[in-house]
Design a binder for this molecule. Sequence first.
Ligand code: SF4
Length: 688
Amino acid sequence: SAMRDTRTKKTKTVCTFCGVGCSFEIWTKDREILKIQPVSDAPVNAISTCVKGKFGWDFVNSEERITTPLIRKGDSFVEATWQEALDFVASRLGAIKKEYGKDGVGIISSSKITNEENYVIQKLARQVFETNNVDNCSRYCQSPATDGLFRTVGMGGDAGTIKDIAEAGLVIIVGANPAEGHPVLATRVKRAHKLHGQKLIVADLRKHEMAERSDIFISPKQGTDQVWLMAVTKYLVDQGWHDETFINENVNYFKDFTAVLEKYTLDYAEKETGVSKDMLIRTAEMIRDADGTCILWGMGVTQNTGGSDTSAAISNLLLATGNYRRPGAGAYPLRGHNNVQGACDMGTLPGWLPGYQHVTDDVARQKFEKAYGVTIDDKPGLDNIQMLHAVDDGSMKAMYIIGEDMALVDSNANYVHDVLSKLDFLVVQDIFFSRTAHYADVILPAVPSLEKDGTFTNTERRVQRLYQALPEMGQSKADWWIVQEVANRLGANWNYSHPSEIFAEMASLSPLFGQADYSVMEDWGSFLWGSFDGASTPLLYVDGFNFPDKKARFALSDWVEPVKFPEEYDLHINNGRLLEHFHEGNLTNKSEGIQEKVPGIFVEVSPELAKERGVVSGSIVRLISPYGALKLPALVTDRVKNNELFLPMNSVDKESAINFLTGPAVDQRTNTPAFKQTMVRMELLRKD
Ligand code: SF4
């Protein structure tokens, strides 16, 4: 504009690139980002940041931002005013609800947008569409961890703070790569390990940086983590190294649990997992000797058919050894996206109202019914995967997808594309023209975190305030504003003028947030949810576990074996993050500073396999699964071994995006895709 602001503006913000939740000042001049300034008051990271938080922000000024509402005309999109676009969205969604009923519409929310936005999105679903068909991308990642924790300890969050991890005598990391996925958290573990004698055990398919640093590295066959966890637990109990006093006072079903453990002998575990008995015994001894054990886990555990039961097995091990209710102990599922915790907390889940009040809980549901003036279904709605099936079978006609690139991040992408093309009406609300947007009827331009106010909640349950640093680009608008406009056109009467009002409404309906409000979170302040009296609670379960008798429960589940593939698919393909990139790459691929560092995409091939197949670094290979095929260069590296392949997940290209290989298998209890259980065969197309 003609009135450019020439002064430097300093704004506190919360990083949008991972669940660690670092905060810092961002210095800007008009739309220009001058620098990221760490501040010692930042509760999670103080003066630390990683490469993404420090250099990853160019995307906000990308020319590829969508800056005006778009409406489909034939095969292309034409620009529209907000009035036109919103009227059109409301009339089409309203008509579909009228014709096909409340289950005709499904809503997907985002774990990258704020808590307040997630709250109004679940309210849009429940009040305006009268459906529980609302979900978020935790369905792709952390739902199994939440499930395993709810069953055992009664709450789905990290047991303590990130700082508390440093106090553990032993940290066990299962199926996660925090050095790349959660860098600042990993730094704390590295420091405690190096300087304070903390022990480190890593269980992973890949010998990543944390594995290199570990005291014990075990590499179980894919899909077998539950077996070694149960075998180690059984061995601890058999040796009398469990914490009997803790169990007697705090945990139910120990006897039934030992019966379930019966089969998980060291011999059985060695056979199924490939981990030697000696390694399992050393692992058990290290747990015995540690003053406090924390277990951290990620997608390597959750994205399996037994993801929930493996998460429960982790919690069982901690319960059996008395590793809860004190700093430096407990379960730490590592949340991926910056606000995946908050999205779940705010109730963009088919079974949960805000603040973990279940839709089947009559008292809680009636409270929301009264506040919203509608009847809320007492059954959970459809999750992401079930929504896709409902579209496929014709019972769901419209979807409203906010900040989620389902066409790329969901498994079995060829199927997802097919389903999206069947929708009668699709609204996509995003900051970029995602793959999913190709199927949209209307695209509504949203803004990134730097262009709005609100709060994010990190992996340790810490709610932090972010302040608007930049003006909205073009005509784009904050998601909460857009959702309110849609809701009001469909008969609601919302009058939110600032996210603080939304937060206050949420807190008034959610005992977990009873004592939280914006005044607590001003500047560098924060609030950690964790007890139903509503107080800030850094350490969970101090007053007992979240069950009526205050006792935790051993989960009684057997190992869920991984999916079997026909023999010709002889290579297992794993996928994960690179330090420099954010998830599927939609944001960081647009940040020049990062593109220079990691230009291409490649599949990692072990030296053994490379030799056997005549592959060298730079060879072009074709990977074929029962669900699709990719063509891409190979990188020979000893980070993977034998028949393991590894593919970073930051590609947006049909030739190299992992989900054109992944299939329909899901975690038994939560429908989270079993991304990690993918087998392929490999053809050499060009040697170099
Ligand atoms: Fe951002 Fe995570 Fe890096 Fe912290 S560790 S700066 S939250 S990406």
